[in-house]
Structure formats: C-alpha cells, structure tokens
Design a protein. Structure first.
Length: 230
C-alpha cells in the first residue's frame, strides 16, 4: 500500500522514478466531507413538475399567516414554512411526489457514506419552503438531531446566491494560515455551490452552511429537508 502511495506521489511530482537523494512522502486524504449532487431536470415531466412546485411554494407564502408572522418576527427576508408547517408531503400532493424522489437520493447518499443503519432507515422528518427576496440571506447554521440535510432548487434567477459550505475544522480555532488562492476545492476553507432548477444537494447535517445575500433581482426559491435515523 505504501509503495502504491509513493508511486502516486512521484507521478504527481512529475518524476519517473525516485531520485537517489529525493524523498517523496505519500499523502493520504482522511475524514472525507462528501456532498451528494444530483438533478431532477432530466425527467420528461420536469418542467411541469417544477412549475407545480413553484406554484405550491408561492401558495404557501400567500396563505401561511403563521409562517409570515414568524419571518417578520425573526427578520427573515422573504418566506419560510420552517417554523409553521410540518406536513407538506401530505398537505400538497406535489410535495409528496418530491418526497418520493428525495427518498431515492437519500438512500443512494447513505450508501455512498457507508452508513451502518443497523436495520433502521433514514426517514424524511422535515421539509420546508424557502423564498428568499433580493438582498436577503440565511446566516451560517447546522441541522442538529438529523443525519442528512439538503436542498432542492426550484427558482434560481440570474445572480441568485449559491450555497456556501464551511470547512468543519474552522471552529477548532487553530492558528493556521489561510490557503493559497490556487489550492484545490477540497482544500479551501469555504466552497460555493451554484445550482439551477432541479438541482438536489445533500450533505451530512453537521456541516455548517449558509446562503449569502441574494444578488438576483427576483426571488430565489428552494425546498430544504432533513432525514433522521429511525
């Protein structure tokens, strides 16, 4: 195994064989932070499905008085059903159809993460709508008590803010210098993921993330969710 890693390091250094006095250390990548990225846009009925999702999101924003009151009280720039509605998959049929699609993605992601569910399963235990107005943002946070979290994008106008992911080691407050600008994505302290309608992003729920200020001239619409281990 060491010989294989050494050969890979030699190749990366542009050498054909070890120099007599050169020492090529082998590098390992440990403790991977995996992001599941998929798209619903390839389905034949996607345009109609996505339009129905957008209509449903806007319907909730118009009718959910408790949700609008929560957003006003907490300074949320737009609308979210996070604190007011916990039954979207049964309340509106298109959210139920979305749940079926997300369940498949979550199973695939759990398998890629090598999660040992010990006879249990991952269950969608929350799903909520986010409509972010121009200039509004969602500050950094994690999703406690969940295993997998994610977002599916419904409306992504030009200039809409990406998802910002944070290196989970930053809170350890080590006295480390910043990374060079030419460092690879996997070595950056922050990674920004752009999306388009139908994009599905999933990550482990401990991963801190945020949505920077929406620079678009129109509303950015997404649907977020959590899966728990049951």
């Amino acid at each position: 195994m060491y010989a294989w890693r050494q050969a890979r390091s030699i190749a990366a250094a542009g050498l054909t064989e070890p120099e007599p006095r050169a020492y090529c250390a082998a590098m390992r990548s440990l403790f991977a932070t995996r992001i599941h990225e998929a798209s619903l846009a390839g389905a034949p009925d996607f345009e109609a499905f996505n339009a129905e999702l957008e209509d449903a999101c806007r319907m909730l924003a118009a009718e959910d008085r408790a949700g609008r009151a929560w957003c006003k009280a907490h300074g949320y720039g737009g609308y979210t059903s996070y604190a007011s509605l916990d039954d979207l998959p049964t309340r509106v049929s298109v959210f139920g159809a979305l749940k079926s699609k997300l369940d498949k993605q979550a199973r695939a992601f759990a398998d890629a993460l090598a999660l040992n569910l010990k006879g249990g399963r991952l269950k969608l235990d929350s799903l909520w709508v986010n409509i972010l107005k121009p200039g509004a943002a969602h500050t950094g946070h994690i999703h406690p008590h969940s295993v997998i979290s994610g977002t599916v994008y419904v409306a992504v106008p030009p200039g809409a803010s990406p998802l910002k992911l944070e290196d989970p080691r930053l809170p350890l407050m080590m006295a480390a210098p910043p990374r060079r600008a030419d460092a690879g994505e996997e070595q950056q302290a922050f990674v920004y993921l752009s999306a388009e309608p139908g994009t599905v992003l999933m990550w482990e729920s401990w991963l801190r993330h945020e949505v920077p200020a929406n620079a678009a001239k129109a509303e950015r619409i997404s649907i977020s969710f959590n899966y728990g281990w049951r």
